[in-house]
Structures are given as C-alpha cells and as structure tokens.
Design a protein around this ligand. Structure first.
Ligand code: ADP
Ligand code: MG
Length: 330
C-alpha cells in the first residue's frame, strides 16, 4: 500500500522543485530536488532554526540547540569550510541560503544512498568491494586532513553515500566478486565504474560536526603549541585520529556486517570502546584475510598516537593490493 506523502514547500527555495525526501535527522530534513532553471538534480538539507518556544529540557545535552546567534555563527563557519572543500569523494556544497525559519544547504546529489543501506542489503561486502569503498572514503579523508586541516568527526555508514551506475550482485555465490547485470538492479547495488577495475564513486557527506582543527576558538593554532599547556595539547577531541578510528569501525562493519563495538547498555558500550574491546568473531571473520585484520587492528588502536594516520592507512598492503578483476568486467 502506497502512502501519499505531501512534500513541503519552503520560502526561499522557489528555485527548486522538491521531488522526494531522502533522509532526516533531529533538526534537518534532506530532500531530492530539481533546479528548475538548469534541470540539475540536487540534494537539499533543510536545517530548522532554533525556536525559543520549544521546550528542550527532555533532550540530551548534545541534542539541545544553541542560542540563535551562536547557532548561526556555527552554521556559517561550517558553510565556509564546505565551500572550500572540493574533492571527488566528498559531497560538494553547491549553494547556501536561509529563510526566517530554516537554513538550506544545496548539495551534490548522491543517488545511490547510504552505505548503511547497502550493508543491510548485502549482509556484508567482499574484501574487494570493501577495499574499493574504503579507499575512496580514505581519499576524501586524506584531502580533508592533509589539504584542508579539517577533521570530519562523524564518519559512519549513514554519512557515506554512493553515486549509482554499475551493478554489484548481492547473490552469495558471487559475493567474492562483482559484475554487471542490468536486469537485476533491484537485487544489488548500483555504483559507478571507475577506470578499469574500480567500482563506484563513494562520497563522504554530513559536515554537521566537522571542525577545522586550527580554529582558534576551540583549538590551538598549530604554530603556537609552544606556549600551550599539556592538558590542552593532549586534548584529542578534535584530532585527526578520531576519523581514523571511525574508518576502522566502518571497514570492520563492511567486512562482517556488524559493528566492532556493540552493547544494549550505553554504559557497557562506552566501556568497551574506551578499552578497545572488540574481537574478530568466529565464524564470521574466519574467511577474512590476516592483512585486513591487521589493518583494522592498527585503526582500532586505543592510543591515538599509535593509531594509523591516513597516509599509513593508504600505504598498508591490504589497501595497495591489486584490485580483483572479475572475468566479466568490460
Ligand atoms: P544529519 O545531520 O541529519 O545526519 P546528513 O547530512 O547526514 O544529516 O543527511 C541525512 C541523510 O540524508 C543522509 O544519511 C543521507 O541518507 C541523506 N543525504 C544527505 N546528503 C545527501 C546527498 N548529497 N545525496 C543524497 N542523499 C543525501
Ligand atoms: Mg548524517
């Protein structure tokens, strides 16, 4: 039974025709839309502005909205970061506008949806497919870390999106490889084939929490560390290493279909993460290569100083291994 969904109209967004809802969060809705003038399809993230009349006392502190002025300053800072970020593996900000009630972020559309949904559908990825995906995410991360001085801080399957075109079969007997089959699109994934052996363009989205690490209001400019107290220097909250940990969690999840850390109790889960308590559980991890496990071990390393950097990640043998080319690849 099809449910008829009424799509909202937003003042200030007349230039776009909203087609459907793509996702939603606590304070934002994301829509697929069409630029009426150019015909270009885009994604529009609509962020509700703070409403002083809404009682938020029941919300977790992290969910509470800041006063409007602070909120606006933060949003504009994020937009400024996003405007300067231009990379093939990052969902590009196309435009930014606002109205009385909302902020609008017009983004490059990634039609393939979330990596999260792909994992749910496939149960897990072959090592070859996981490599193709994680390498692209890592290229985006490398660009952010090394060229922009930005830490993403919210890397997870829901924020890793796809651009569709080619087909990856989901049937178990072909899981160790991939190919094309246009007639069976509903069974698999559509991703764009990239130069010869690659499959699909993967894009990192959602800069909602990202931070420029040299932002002077929250962090110390790198050049003046000489005068900074140890407890501030040691503060790892915004360090690049948090993205590397997340990369390890994503890779783990792709390879076996469940996350490295899980517990129904938030306290127990926090303990497990804090102590780096995870395992390569049998039988799920039995067929997976030692090289993949070694890489995950170096990412899920509790001490951020020992954790792999993005360059070490990209040089690991599992990542540099030749891509697996199935016979039916054109
Ligand atoms: P939130 O801050 O609410 O997590 P996101 O930016 O992650 O906001 O967007 C929420 C969801 O909307 C994503 O998980 C994804 O499903 C969808 N989405 C976001 N940006 C795009 C995009 N550029 N193309 C396609 N879908 C998107
Ligand atoms: Mg998100």
């Amino acid at each position: 039974r099809q449910r008829k969904v009424r799509l909202p109209t937003y003042p200030g967004l007349e230039r776009y025709e909203i087609i459907k809802k793509l996702g939603d969060g606590a304070f934002s809705n994301v829509y697929k839309a069409r630029d009426i003038r150019t015909g270009r399809k885009v994604a529009i993230k609509v962020v509700r502005k703070h409403d002083p009349d809404v009682n938020e006392s029941h919300l977790h502190p992290s969910m509470k909205k800041k006063p409007r002025a602070t909120e606006r300053a933060n949003i504009l800072k994020e937009v400024q970061i996003m405007r300067n970020v231009k990379h093939g593996n990052i969902a590009q900000l196309i435009d930014f506008t606002e109205s009385k009630e909302h902020y609008y972020l017009v983004l490059e559309l990634c039609e393939g949806g979330e990596l999260f949904h792909r994992i749910v559908r496939l149960t897990y990825f072959s090592e070859a497919l996981a490599r193709h995906v994680i390498t692209q995410v890592a290229q985006g991360v490398r660009y952010l870390h090394e060229e922009c001085g930005v830490v993403h801080r919210d890397i997870k399957p829901e924020n890793i999106l796809f651009d569709p075109i080619a087909y990856i079969p989901s049937s178990p007997h072909r899981r160790r490889g991939y190919g094309f089959d246009e007639n069976k699109e509903d069974e698999g994934i559509f991703v764009k084939e990239v130069g010869g052996g690659g499959i699909g363009t993967v894009k990192l989205a959602d800069f909602g929490l990202s931070k420029v690490i040299w932002d002077s209001s929250t962090w110390t400019p790198c050049g003046t560390v000489g005068y900074t107290a140890p407890e501030i220097v040691r503060d790892q909250r915004y360090s690049k290493a948090v993205d590397m940990w997340a990369l390890g969690c994503v890779l783990y999840t792709m390879l076996c279909g469940f996350p490295p850390f899980y517990d129904e109790s938030i306290h127990a889960l926090t303990d497990k993460v804090a102590n780096g308590q995870y395992a390569f559980l049998s039988p799920w991890w039995d067929p997976i290569s030692d090289s993949a496990k070694d890489l995950i071990t170096r990412l899920l390393c509790v001490d951020p100083n020992e954790r792999y950097t993005i360059d070490q990640f990209l040089q690991h043998p599992w990542v540099t291994e030749k891509p697996f080319l199935p016979n039916n690849m054109p």
